[in-house]
Ligand binder design. Structure first.
Ligand code: NAP
Length: 266
């Protein structure tokens, strides 16, 4: 089988580290290089936790992509950097698999346009956990029958964006099938600002940040005399890696922009 040559951006991060081990331990993948803004001209094996990994480390994406002969860039960094990396990868003919969250609608539209122009595949997946994708799909299914819904997303306290990409994506999927409805009492008033959470087309999203958590989401529906709760929990970052693999294996064969793993999971 032909090897897929991969560059990982953010290799020392919690997700990046897991992705490095996954790629190194997958026979059909080659880790061609890693991109780390703090190191240049060393081998990954010189960094803690990567013993024996003879992979070059670059701090500059242009140089990295010119020399690595990569097929795919996996980005697990921060929103601004991730956007820059994704655009640069597409300019170099490298297909991005992006797990970094916090991209705006404008960012997504810009990337979709570049993919179309370059006829290159790119996947942006706010959540790589297959169970989380099912949670979103089940929520969309339930929203056809329940118009009242509140989304509660819970993450570790180092997360930079709120609400989570998964919560936003869930709200978007629900909004596709649910008539817009302003929830709660028409005269409700917050006595402390933010008590009712963020408002997305009348449904509310609440973000919890606590040490000890990884990534969790609960979608609660209510109707006369009943509630329905759909919940997913990621207990470690390995839970995301089967989705990353699915994205890599898919993107090498497609030439279009995909937002959300649910679009390739059928
Ligand atoms: P993290 O531990 O903070 O890792 C981010 C990494 O990016 C750090 O190693 C950081 O380096 C590095 N970085 C920052 N600026 C950089 C640059 N200019 N060039 C290269 N690397 C740079 O965060 P994480 O928990 O791994 O999460 C990473 C992203 O994935 C976040 O957006 C998070 O929301 C998202 N995420 C997605 C999923 C999913 O399923 N799609 C799941 C979990 C998390 P320093 O340490 O030197 O700053």
């Amino acid at each position: 089988m032909e090897q897929v040559r991969i560059v990982i951006a953010g290799p020392r991060g919690r997700m990046g580290r897991e992705a490095v081990h996954m790629v190194m331990n997958t026979e059909r993948y080659t880790l061609a290089a890693v991109l780390d803004h703090k190191y240049e001209g060393i081998m990954l094996s010189e960094l803690e936790g990567f013993q024996g990994y003879q992979v070059p480390v670059y701090s500059e994406i242009e140089k990295c992509l010119s020399e690595a002969n990569a097929d795919v860039l996996i980005d697990l960094t921060t929103p601004e950097v991730g956007m820059y990396h994704t655009k640069t990868a597409l300019q170099h003919g490298v297909r991005p698999v992006v797990g970094t969250t916090g991209f705006s609608k404008e960012n997504l539209a810009e990337l979709a346009a570049i993919c179309e122009e370059k006829e290159l595949g790119c996947i942006i997946a706010p959540n790589f956990a297959v169970g989380a994708i099912l949670m979103m799909k089940f929520s969309q299914m339930a929203a056809k029958f329940f118009k009242d819904v509140e989304i509660l997303e819970l993450h570790h306290d180092q997360k930079l964006d709120a609400p989570s990409g998964t919560a936003v994506k869930t709200a978007e999927l629900i909004a596709e099938v649910r008539e817009t409805k302003k929830q709660g009492h028409p005269n409700e008033k917050e006595t402390i600002h933010g008590a009712r959470g963020a408002d997305y087309e009348g449904m509310h999203i609440h973000s919890v940040r606590l040490p000890g958590l990884i990534a969790h989401q609960q979608v609660m529906f209510g109707a006369d005399g009943q509630t329905l709760t759909i919940r997913h929990d990621s207990y470690n970052r390995a839970s995301f890696m089967s989705g990353v693999k699915l994205a890599v294996d898919t993107i090498v064969n497609i030439d279009s922009f995909v937002y959300g793993l649910e679009n390739i999971i059928e």
